[in-house]
Design a protein around this ligand. Structure first.
Ligand SMILES: NC(=O)c1ccc[n+]([C@@H]2O[C@H](COP(=O)([O-])OP(=O)(O)OC[C@H]3O[C@@H](n4cnc5c(N)ncnc54)[C@H](OP(=O)(O)O)[C@@H]3O)[C@@H](O)[C@H]2O)c1
Length: 321
């Protein structure tokens, strides 16, 4: 069923997601921004009827069924809290909150009130990621024992923008490190021990990190960076081979199975080019089914990643307090 959305935020990802909603036959009834001009420009671009100069005003429309929160990191939990208080379903950008405790308290209230809430960890509904997990479940490489992944991009050096802004929850970990971390958790479960090393930017947030983790039955090592342009690849090694997802791993279609140093299979991945549309479909599917939690974008995994990121920031000396 087609759904009526509202969007909080007018930045890069709000723009990409608005296109995905419309491509999936959804309607966008309202947009909220900290700036009336930005809200108006966004509304005009996408034919949205209501443009608001505050984010939470989008909740004043009775026809809004689901809100997409695409504001900066430090606001996420407050924006979701407002949606839950209004009884409106919400898809909240990653990271769900700056730390585990804030996320847990919002999710508790959502559960009590029976409101659908999901973190927009779009990697989890991408065909490449799902194909890799199908291969693992079918035993294609035996028992997975080791995960390696990297996510390095060179962020704009402008320290006034969100990437390096401590007051906006900046840093490579919350922005891109969350992907290899979530990938490792999806294969091996939550980490049992974590060792992190980091380089900090002049603003006090993490510019890059190297992280090693133990899991109940395996190891992962991964890195994230705002100062190095890495290949953004992920490999799962098992007892009889490995699976490598590249190009980039969080929404790529380049999935190969290897034995020793040879590619033995190129796994077909279809519809990998639909981007955020998979996430829109997942939300529509959950709402149609009357679910309050998406099995793919589940709360336990959101909390496990946030818990690990709290511990990593403590080890490398980054704090948002
Ligand atoms: N899932 C993904 O693939 C993905 C990708 C990128 C980012 N994200 C997440 O989405 C969130 C937003 O990221 P983003 O990349 O969209 O950030 P962004 O482009 O920097 O936008 C963030 C906010 O900055 C404000 N803004 C936009 N253009 C501006 C301008 N010209 N001057 C001043 N302020 C401006 C807007 O505030 P107003 O709301 O007040 O208008 C906007 O909501 C982050 O939490 C990030 O982690 C997710």
């Amino acid at each position: 069923m087609s759904r009526t959305w509202a969007i909080m935020g007018t930045g890069t990802i709000a723009t990409a997601f608005a296109e995905a909603i419309l491509a999936e036959g959804g309607t966008i009834a309202a947009v909220g921004s900290g700036s009336p001009e930005r809200a108006r420009a966004f509304a005009e671009r996408f034919g949205i009827e209501h443009a608001h100069g505050t984010h939470h005003e989008v909740l004043s429309h009775d026809d809004v069924e689901v809100v997409y929160v695409a504001t900066t990191n430090e606001r996420h939990h407050l924006d979701v809290q407002a949606c839950v208080a209004a009884g409106v379903a919400v898809l909240n950008e990653k990271p769900f909150a700056l730390d585990r405790d804030h996320a847990a308290s919002v999710l508790d209230v959502a559960r009590q009130r029976g409101v659908f809430v999901a973190e927009a960890m779009w990697m989890r509904v991408q065909p490449g990621f799902l194909a890799l997990h199908e291969q693992l479940a079918a035993g294609a490489i035996g028992k997975p024992r080791l995960v390696q992944a990297d996510f390095g991009i060179v962020a704009e050096p402008d320290v006034s923008r969100r990437w390096f802004a401590r007051e906006q929850g900046g840093g490579a970990l919350l922005d891109v490190g969350i992907y290899p971390l979530t990938f490792a958790i999806s294969v091996l479960g939550p980490p049992t021990r974590i060792r992190a090393l980091g380089e900090l930017a002049s603003t006090g947030v993490d510019a890059q990190l190297a992280v090693a983790m133990t899991h109940r039955d395996g190891l992962s090592s991964w890195s994230c960076s705002f100062v190095a342009d890495s290949g953004v690849e992920a490999t799962v090694a098992g007892e009889t081979g490995s699976l490598r997802l590249g190009g980039p791993f969080h929404h790529g279609s380049d999935l190969t199975r290897r034995q020793r140093d040879r590619v033995v299979e190129t796994v077909e991945v279809v519809d990998a080019d639909l981007g955020y549309r998979h996430e829109v479909r997942e939300v529509h599917r959950c709402l149609d089914a009357g679910l309050t939690e998406s099995p793919a974008l589940c709360h336990a995994d959101t909390l496990a990643a946030l818990d690990a990121m709290d511990r990593i920031r403590e080890q490398v000396g980054v704090s948002y307090g």
